[in-house]
Design a protein around this ligand. Structure first.
Ligand code: SAM
Length: 292
């Protein structure tokens, strides 16, 4: 049987010429404040979409579609794309770009003009997050979306390479910190590659990293997520101190911090950078009144 549908690999994607033309048409000058670095290389888009392992039945959430480079690739792979863009000029242009480059797929796209750090409602429940994120807000955006959209089951995001290393780091590593532990509360994260600077317009000064994640259950605990996150924030606010000292303010004194740490089975002289998310959850729980 022959198919009249071109395969995704042969569908046109946006290169440098198209990106500059689209930007010129709507008078867009990329801004640093909004982290606007647009991908101008079709192979990079294909690589991101392949690494994201999107199922053809999925609804994908894309944050920051920009001029549509990744959106076109995602529309080839998924059933539906919900694109959340903060820049009204870019958001308004996207449907006509999709209509021009993927006429058959225009009905599969929802554009939402919103700040991805605040959005709490979407026109469809996404199961995957795939995005080339605005670099200055990448971690809070991912944490916000994992918190508010439990339907998000997996995803792949492009962030600054050093941020990618922080997101995927495990206890004991130099790069382990708040993004690693909070990310681990929701999901298993792993590095899925490095992307050079030349595939963007304008080119950023540093490389980008791909982070793949799969949602998992948070540690079982009587403490709420907010209570656990308060311990994580306190521990890393003074990361060179022992947990006994770093958590004194949180616990209401060093002796109380030590009591909670011992109850949680954590060495009070250890630093936050060596314990995992389950240990943070036990510390938060140790401060709660005993269960009846
Ligand atoms: N996806 C496009 C690409 O790969 O070429 C553009 C990626 S660019 C790195 C980041 C995009 O995120 C820009 O379009 C920018 O306007 C948008 N953006 C920045 N902050 C945002 C926010 N808080 N919520 C939603 N979109 C945002």
């Amino acid at each position: 049987m022959t198919s009249t549908q071109p395969s995704p690999a042969t569908q046109p994607l946006l290169g440098a010429t198209e990106i500059r033309r689209l930007a010129e048409e709507i008078g867009v000058r990329p801004t640093k404040t909004l982290g606007q670095n647009f991908v101008i290389d079709g192979n990079t888009i294909r690589r991101i979409v392949a690494a994201a392992k999107v199922d053809p039945r999925e609804t994908v959430l894309e944050v920051g579609p920009g001029l549509g480079s990744l959106t076109l690739g995602l529309l080839d792979a998924a059933a539906r794309v919900v694109a959340v863009e903060i820049d009204p000029v870019l958001a308004a242009k996207l449907p006509s770009t999709v209509a021009a480059f993927r006429p058959g797929k225009a009905g599969n796209l929802d554009v939402v003009l919103a700040d991805a750090m605040r959005v709490t409602e979407l026109p469809a429940q996404p199961t995957a997050l795939v995005a080339n994120l605005p670099y200055n807000v990448a971690v809070p955006v991912v944490l916000h979306l994992l918190e508010h959209f439990p339907s998000l089951d997996h995803g792949l995001v492009m962030v600054q390479d050093e941020v990618a290393d922080r997101m995927v780091a495990g206890p004991g590593s130099k790069t382990y910190g708040v993004p690693s532990v909070k990310g681990a509360w929701y999901s298993q994260m792993r590095k899925a590659g490095v992307i050079g600077m030349n595939v963007f317009w304008p080119a950023p000064k540093i490389s980008s990293g791909l982070v793949e994640f799969t949602r998992r259950e948070p540690p079982v605990t009587r403490a709420s997520r907010q209570q656990v996150f308060a311990v994580i924030d306190a521990a890393f606010a003074q990361r060179r101190k022992t947990l006994r000292a770093a958590l004194a303010g949180w616990a209401g004194g060093a002796a109380e911090a030590e009591r909670c740490l011992r109850l949680a089975g954590v060495d009070p002289t250890a630093r936050g950078e060596v314990i995992d998310v389950a240990a943070f959850a036990r510390i938060a729980e140790a401060k709660l009144p005993m269960a009846a």
